[in-house]
Design a protein around this ligand. Structure first.
Ligand code: G3I
Length: 441
């Protein structure tokens, strides 16, 4: 096959050689810009792929030479492939025979037999997000195997889904249990990943002995200070940031939830907890974290009032907007509003728990349809574009709340089928993953 190609190329070259001349009488031709790319095949380190990227050359004969002065291979539609006999330094030349002029371009290529990068391989999220961290949640019982492989490839920050909360780390009075937290932090540190601590104080993860605390209010506050001090000190230099208080605002009223912390430490329990954390590690970044901060302007205003109070005391570094959203809302304008409020306060913005429901109205009964997957892809792209446009000084991380669709908390919480994440149950990337990357282009 190759011999025929060469003969044909040679014959064509001779014909065009006879026809081609420097005769300027030929009609002025469109400017030919000769250009090509050559790369080593991902499948074979001795094979190259040559792609003619020239412009203005359509209709003119062109041929390749993969060694200096070597055989002539006609350039057909699409890329050309050439297999070298062995490693070496080679010259690849493309020649275009235009009526009035012959154009050539030559590139040197080193063939060491090593396969090249797979051009089809998706770029890793953390490689594409060059100006902020891309986060994923983990559970201690999922730190090995395929989870480790996928998380290590795509992400450079992790958040514990539930094992760095008070009910797990402080299960009974005077009895800390950091086993799971240590495993998660060690996993991250060993891979050079950031750890976002979540969450020191949360009414939904308060151990029962704290809910039913029998001592005085002063003893309660001392216990909370001891817990925060012990925990933040333990992970000093390993945990980059903490959600000090999570979801302190009551839905609807937008007042402080009447949690045991508010009852026993007073309305300023939030500032007290931030102060305990800052005393323990002045270098750790401290966040307030909550949900529905985009479309619920009342809740957003209540959150910023808390944040302004903390900022006036020099206690807060950033805001976590959880971003548990849907393919059809909130709008980009609503999402932008919490970003603008955070940036205008010179604080870090963390999209801390992003998932995008594909089935909020339960109209999909058995499977994620292609059309809905495309809409979800567009929403991921929109969210990532908004985050990527944040001024650098306010960029921190965008954390996705779950790896595989089947592992999402949303399935139990809402009780209907959904596919809210970037990977399917077989660890394959979905269109949503493409959307995330498109948001970074
Ligand atoms: O893994 C254990 C299992 O071994 C045990 O048999 C089982 C029964 O006790 O519990 C399992 O752990 C559960 C864990 O999720 C893993 O599924 C915990 O009980 C359960 O409390 C935990 O729920 C987590 C929840 O926060 C409470 O901590 C969810 O995974 C987690 O997605 C959810 O995340 C919250 C954020 O922290 C704050 N924003 C809202 C978000 C969703 O509620």
């Amino acid at each position: 096959m190759k011999k025929t190609k060469i003969y044909l190329a040679f014959v064509l070259a001779v014909i065009f050689a006879g026809c081609s001349s420097d005769d300027n009488s030929a009609a002025a031709e469109k400017p030919v810009v000769i250009n090509f790319e050559v790369s080593v095949s991902a499948g074979n380190g001795l094979r190259v792929i040559a792609d003619n990227k020239s412009t203005g050359a359509s209709g003119f004969e062109a041929y390749w030479q993969f060694t200096e002065g070597g055989e002539k291979v006609l350039d057909g539609p699409g890329p050309e492939y050439y297999l070298y006999d062995g490693p070496g330094e080679y010259q690849v030349t493309l020649t275009i025979e235009a009526p009035a002029k012959t154009y050539t371009d030559t590139k040197n290529i080193t063939i060491d037999g090593e396969a090249g990068p797979d051009p089809q391989a998706k770029k890793a999220l953390k490689e594409a997000a060059t100006t902020f961290s891309v986060g994923m949640i983990v559970q201690a019982n999922r730190l090995g195997g395929k989870h480790d492989e996928v998380i290590s490839k795509d992400f450079n920050s992790i958040t514990s889904e539930y094992e760095m909360k008070m009910n797990i780390m402080y299960p009974s009075e005077g009895n800390y249990n950091f086993d799971a937290a240590d495993a998660i932090v060690d996993f991250a540190v060993s891979r050079g990943m950031d750890v976002h601590g979540h969450a020191l104080i949360w009414h939904n993860a308060t151990p029962s002995w704290v809910e039913n605390f029998s001592g005085t209010d002063a003893e309660f506050e001392a216990m909370v200070e001891d817990y925060i001090t012990t925990t933040v000190t333990r992970y000093k230099g390993k945990v980059r940031s903490w959600d000090v208080v999570n979801e302190a605002i009551e839905d609807g009223s937008n007042n402080l939830r009447n949690s045991v912390f508010k009852q026993k430490m007073g309305d300023d329990f939030i500032a007290k907890c931030f102060q305990f954390a800052k005393n323990a590690d002045p270098d750790v970044l401290l966040f307030y974290n909550d949900y529905n901060l985009t479309f619920d302007s009342g809740k957003q205003n209540a959150m910023f009032a808390i944040v302004d109070d903390l900022k006036s005391q020099g206690l807060i570094d950033g805001v976590g907007a959880q971003m548990h959203i849907s393919y059809n809302g909130p709008s980009s304008t609503q999402i932008q509003s919490v970003v603008d409020g955070t940036v205008s306060r010179d604080l870090l913005m963390h999209f801390s728990e992003l998932d995008i429901r594909a089935n909020p109205d339960n109209d999909l009964t058995t499977a994620l349809t292609d059309s809905r997957a495309i809409e979800q892809q567009a929403k991921y792209k929109e969210v990532v574009e908004i985050y990527n446009a944040i001024p650098q000084d306010s960029k921190f991380a965008l954390t996705v709340w779950g790896l595989r669709d089947n592992e999402s908390w949303l399935l139990d919480f809402w009780g209907n089928p959904d596919w809210p994440l970037l990977y399917d149950s077989a660890f394959n990337t979905k269109k949503a993953h493409d959307g995330f990357l498109e948001g970074l282009e």
